[in-house]
Design a binder for this molecule. Structure first.
Ligand code: FAD
Length: 511
């Protein structure tokens, strides 16, 4: 299945023109109007987070115009799309991270970075309360205050367990680099344990039952990676137990990869069945104990399976700092910070929110719901079943994987043109804004998405209704992910890891 639309050539041009990295469309022209005056002190911009949104903002903002300070408990940027590859040693952890100080140094060293966690935002006094997470000789408990004129909140999201009992204690997550490292060790440990003498067959089978909860892109990609790791590498090293291995994917919805075109979901399900990966769709996990996962179907009938290792990849929720901030500003009943189309947090002067911690304005969300309804209505009948509407609504939360980088980029370009646009506004007429707005609103551009399915096959859904499934898109995946690396160093490391894997296979040592 291979169809090319007009968007393909545009996409290739975008990749080529971007020269890799987080695509920088920012129109950061220097303009006399944007030059700071000699006398006026620079406005303080505080950025919380060094993920996709925060790092893209920092890379693109003109640091000669502002006093920029970045605060994050993580002193590096991680290329999250390659995290599933780290779980099985296809790519090494250090190959996908770039120290934030290196990124800052390229900006001329004007930006400051504090390795600390912000635990409270005080919008009335324009301050953030921070706490360092490393040993400190600061007085007290390592807490300090930072003032801001503009605050850019880009703290991302955390894993959502939906308060399911036992998940935090017994399941792995796949959100951070450390999670991927833990999973890699746990997979190899499972094999070492299963091969020990004096273990009965049932115990060996249980130990080698790998369960993935969540059939979205992350869960599916991890299942595919794990299957390849076992069949291509571990089967040779543990020949006596490899026939006992079982991989299961438990998904609440009726299908896996529901946010992709239905053809991709169908292909993935068929491929998984051929590969022996068990799919339990229509089941919701209700309890996890140290060796049993209990789930229920749509009719609330409970069943359980024993397992050796489980990975929870079933959704994201707001971080505690965001929940606290939302309560302060009257958004306590929301799941993420509400912003307007200019990414400003509603009713909060000088505060912007970008990436996974924010949602755009109601109007934009309604437009997207409408678009998703059209998407769900495959036969153009104009009518949808309750289930189709439900699936489409669930999709809205996960439709914006690349939105964080685009928002960081957009916001940086607004900051770069702030003074210029105060004099020559360029935004559309808005009655509720009492006049012309300074900037054009943020518009998300969907550049496509990939679902690697293992066995050197990937499903790609690109703009212009262009769908490609198979080996050819795996090569497209390699080129896009290599080009999107944030530095030549990580690009070289990732490519060399892929080459090493082709030649020598994956490393199965437990370190
Ligand atoms: P993050 O990237 O999560 O960054 C949040 C930052 O905030 C981090 O630096 C964190 O340390 C920091 N922080 C947290 N708390 C605080 C605090 N209290 N104070 C200060 N700083 C704080 N997207 C794609 O486009 N394509 C993909 O293929 C893809 N694959 C993915 C695979 C996996 C396994 C995962 C987990 C995600 C994937 N995503 C993918 C989604 C993508 O990673 C997210 O949408 C993106 O990371 C969101 O960016 P962000 O900057 O909002 O948050």
């Amino acid at each position: 299945a291979f169809r090319r639309g007009p968007a393909f050539s545009k996409l290739v041009l975008i990749f080529a023109a971007s020269g890799g990295g987080l695509v920088a469309y920012a129109d950061a022209r220097t303009d006399p109007a944007t030059e700071p005056s000699q006398a006026a002190p620079k406005k303080k911009v505080v950025v919380l987070g060094t993920g996709w949104a925060g790092t893209t903002f920092v890379r693109n903002v003109d640091s000669s115009l502002y006093d920029v300070q970045v605060i994050s408990p993580r002193n590096y940027f991680a290329f999250t799309p390659l995290l599933p590859s780290v779980t099985c040693g296809t790519v090494e952890p250090r190959s996908i991270v770039e120290p934030i100080r290196k990124i800052i140094r390229k900006k001329g060293g004007e930006i400051k970075f504090w390795e600390a966690e912000c635990f409270k935002i005080d919008p009335d006094n324009k301050k953030v309360h921070c706490r360092t997470n490393i040993g400190t000789n600061l007085e007290g408990n390592g807490e300090f205050l930072v003032d801001y004129d503009y605050l850019v909140i880009a703290v991302g999201a955390r894993v959502n367990t939906f308060n399911t009992s036992g998940v935090v204690q017994h399941c792995h997550f796949l959100k951070e680099v450390e999670d991927a490292q833990r999973i890699r060790k746990s997979v190899i440990d499972s094999f070492e344990r299963a091969i020990l003498p004096d273990l009965d067959e049932e115990e060996r089978k249980r130990t080698l039952h790998f369960v993935i909860v969540g059939g979205g892109p992350t869960g599916v990609e991890f299942a595919a990676e794990l299957h390849d790791f076992i069949s291509e590498d571990l089967a040779k090293l543990y020949p006596t137990v490899c026939n006992l291995v079982k991989i299961s994917v438990i998904e609440h919805g009726g299908h896996i990869l529901t946010m992709f075109d239905k053809r991709i979901g169908k292909f993935a399900e068929e491929k998984f069945r051929r590969d022996g990966i068990e799919l339990r769709t229509g089941y919701r996990v209700v309890k996890v104990s140290d060796n049993i996962i209990t789930m229920e179907d749509k009719l609330h009938v409970e069943s359980s399976v024993s397992y050796g290792m489980a990975v929870w990849s079933a959704g994201v929720g707001a971080r505690p700092i965001i929940l606290d901030f939302m309560k302060q500003i009257g958004q306590g009943n929301r799941r993420a910070l509400a912003t307007d189309e200019w990414l400003r947090v509603r009713e909060c002067d000088g505060v912007y929110a970008i990436g996974d911690c924010a949602t755009m304005s109601q109007r934009k969300v309604m437009e997207d719901i409408l678009e998703i309804f059209k998407f769900a209505d495959k036969d153009n009948s104009g009518t949808l079943t309750v289930k189709e509407i439900n699936d489409a609504l669930e999709d809205i939360c996960i439709r914006y994987p690349q939105v964080a980088a685009q928002q960081g980029n957009y916001l940086a370009s607004c900051f770069n043109r702030m003074k210029h646009c105060e004099k020559k506004p360029e935004g559309p007429l808005r009655i509720r804004e009492l006049g012309r707005h300074r900037f054009r609103p943020f518009r998300y551009k969907h550049l496509g998405q990939f679902a690697p399915l293992g066995g050197e096959q990937t499903a790609a859904q690109l703009p212009g209704d262009w769908i490609s499934i198979g080996h050819s898109s795996q090569w497209l995946w390699y080129s896009v992910y290599a080009s999107k690396q944030v530095s030549w160093r990580t690009r070289a490391l990732v490519i060399s890891d892929w080459t090493r894997r082709f030649i020598h296979g994956r490393d199965s040592s437990c370190i």
